[in-house]
Ligand binder design. Structure first.
Ligand code: GLN
Length: 331
């Protein structure tokens, strides 16, 4: 669809882009039938599997949104991006990376097997559960609410409002997540946890249960696309070094054991969660022709029907389509 040297941010072109995105959302909504909502956290299975929404915000301020954009959902694993940013900002990047590695696992996000097979080495990366629980244990504070405070503060700075905890989802996960407790005990045994196990797990379940929307994800994404600086106010929210590491980790480890495929076929840093959210970050790119969102954008997607790896099935397909139409890839 995209040719020529059009300036895509004019009103007329924005309308065209909006129409294209509307068409793509209604097309990929049919693909939600190929997936299944997560049911291992009891309350998540109440989500409507046919929802699909997307929000795109450019560093130039252009916004396109389509589908079920007003639906809120919980961050789940997307929160691992935020806890990692906060931990790096408070403890320093070196401190955190000395305790959590930056290698993809090729295994499911909640796998225990690779922890045991490789012996008591540091957890593979901050975006699998073992690494994320370790990162959460490094957040400052003596209670889960104290540890959560800087995560809420960061979100408030980025979004302009303070998101809230979905208490029902939090309690549902807290009372059912035996797998995460097992990972926690393993980390306790191997000496990786830096806080009390119960407080760490409570914090981890809370960070996963923060309510968010696709607009919020797009807004966080555009700040990351802009190297941590808010494109509207030009103030630094996340240090550039931390934003750079986060994007590298999103590209290599953000979509669990589908990260290689996502990097190959979509080509932008992204992070998914089992509630069906995906945050994607398209940095500015240099091409001969003028393309939409050339100076970078953040994208938030929500589609709770998941593929077998726990990623939004229609969300990934929609992102793949947009990335190929607009040549969003970082490569
Ligand atoms: N809260 C979920 C869990 O730990 C998050 C997992 C995910 O989104 N992939 O199991």
């Amino acid at each position: 669809m995209v040719q020529g040297t059009a300036n895509w941010s004019t009103e007329q072109n924005k309308e065209w882009l909006q129409e294209y995105v509307n068409d793509w959302v209604s097309f990929y909504r049919k693909h939600t039938d190929d997936g299944k909502v997560a049911d291992y956290i009891p309350l998540l299975k109440e989500a409507d599997p046919n929802l699909l929404g997307i929000s795109i915000i450019g560093t130039d301020g252009m916004k396109i949104r389509s589908g079920d954009v007003s639906q809120s959902f919980t961050l789940q694993s997307i929160s691992k991006v935020l806890s990692f940013i906060v931990a790096c900002m408070t403890r320093g990047v070196t401190y955190i990376l000395n305790r959590v590695d930056v290698e993809p696992t090729g295994e499911a996000f909640n796998s225990i097997m690779h922890l045991e097979m490789k012996g008591p080495k540091k957890p593979f990366n901050p975006f699998v559960n073992a690494g994320a629980i370790t990162v959460t244990s490094m957040l400052e504070g003596n209670t889960s609410d104290e540890k959560m405070a800087p995560i809420y503060n960061l979100l408030e700075k980025m979004l302009g409002y303070r998101p809230v905890l979905n208490v029902d989802i939090y309690e549902s996960e807290r009372d059912s997540s035996m797998r995460n407790r097992a990972i926690g005990y393993y980390l306790l045994e191997t000496g990786f946890l830096e806080s009390d196990l119960n407080i760490t797990l409570e914090t981890y379940f809370k960070q996963c249960s923060i309510n968010i929307t696709v607009d919020d994800l797009a807004r966080i994404g555009v700040i990351l696309a802009n190297d941590g600086e808010d494109p509207d106010t030009k103030t630094e929210i996340i240090p550039r070094q931390v934003a750079r590491i986060v994007k590298a980790l999103m590209l290599t480890c953000g979509m669990y054991d589908a990260s290689g495929k996502f990097a190959t076929y979509v080509g932008v840093p992204a992070k998914s969660g089992v509630s069906g959210g995906i945050i994607a970050v398209a940095p500015p790119r240099v091409r001969e022709e003028e393309l939409p969102f050339m100076s970078g954008c953040g994208i938030g997607v929500f589609g709770p029907a998941l593929d077998e790896r726990g990623n939004s099935i229609a969300g990934i397909r929609l992102l793949k389509h947009i990335a190929s139409q607009w040549d969003l890839s970082v490569f």
